[in-house]
Design a protein around this ligand. Sequence first.
Ligand code: PLP
Length: 497
Amino acid sequence: MPKIAQYSDLTLRPRSLDQKLYRWFHNEIRTSVLEGKLAPGIRLPSSRSLARQYGVSRGAVVAAFEQLCSEGVVECRVGSGTFVRRTLPGVPAEAKRSNSREAGVESGASLSSRGSFLVRHPFPKIWSNRSAPVFRVGLPAVGAFPTGLWSRIGARRFRQSTPLLLSYGETLGYRPLRNAIAQYLGLARGVKCTADEVMITTGTQQSLDFVARLLLDPGDRILVEDPGYPGAVSQFRAAGARVVAVPVDEQGFNCAAGRRGYKGARMAYVTPSCQFPLGVTMTLSRRLELLKWAKKNNAWVFEDDYDGAFRFSGRPLATLRSLDASGCVIYSNSFNKLLFPTLRLGFLLVPPRLVDAVTAAKSAIERFPPVLDQTILCDFITEGHLGRHLRRMREMYANRLEVMVRAAREKLSGFMDLSPVHTGLQALGWLAEGIDDAEACRSAALNGVDSVALSTLTIDRSMPPAMLLGVASADDRTILRGIDGLATVLRGLKKRT
Ligand SMILES: Cc1ncc(COP(=O)(O)O)c(C=O)c1O
């Protein structure tokens, strides 16, 4: 149940001289409710405080409230106050909405061309049933996050918050956090860097926006993986860039194909440690090839390492950033995936030669990011909790994956074949011939199972039908229920082929 808003003041239009006090209160409140200025369910200020605010007798306000109550516009609850009714008698929703627009001709003020680009490319609605807990793509095991520990660190930080923490911060982010991230990258991802090169963002989406603004002009070409992450594609298109699809095969992004067809592109966007959505790891030779291409074309490479920390078998390959000798790689990662999505904290690791430009641009855009959450995250990392949490999650995700694979082998054989998963929080299930993946995802959603159709993640290519399933957020019982649900759906669809 959402919390009910409450105001201590109410702004009314001035009273005309010939208007009775009680009529004025009545008309003004009634009109505000019908125009939607006072939302359904809102608690009005008490008659006493309204009378005090306007310097009038309380009796006039009480009389107005009584009249509104008898008309069904508000309801008076003894001991709680006076509330705008959630449904208003005899007023159709449409009338309420149109009343709320000021009468007269609409203004000719319009969007900028940059605004129009943005409107045409919102964040893609790729999920078929966002409310379904089973197999939700991209969602870590938020139920296993140590919220008690996090809140204790937060409370301690608030208790100790010095004027320094409450004043203006550093443009690129809280320096001790940037230090902690630089150390984490060295240990966990083999990246040699300093805090000066780390810039805090609200996550990958903001990092992409920032990089696009700073490094891409409208009309520039950018190479992206096909199939690929639609959140990145929409971001680049919103910036006016021309998206050039480069096929991904079992070795990852095929730069040779890109180089032949698309010389002179300004940037490449890749997910080398765990390609989204195919899950393949880009081979070392492909990584070196991509860096060679970037150097030759004076291009940038955006390395999205979103799931790189969740590797279940084998040794992780060196990141592009750690192989980069010419300073063209911009490395991105997100605590929204490592910890929980509403945290909205991520970072970019920029090449040293970009640090000054990035600092100036960031200061113009947002001065500096919010500090308190950064301090909590900083303590979480430096006190060793991040390392412990990631180890726990890796183990939990590997177990959940095993449960899913075993159940799928038993119940989905003949309908779906799961690709082996070595890294990341999702598995791709290839569907039997003749089953349409978009239809399968829609039907699965009706059975409480979330998924993403591979066909919605391709750009130019046509691929065999497959469903992307999240493996991290559901416990074993929920996974088994989800596989049963999928079996029912796929059996039904297969029968029709
Ligand atoms: C490929 C990829 N990169 C990055 C992210 C994380 O994005 P953000 O930090 O904006 O939540 C996701 C989330 O699903 C993703 O799929």
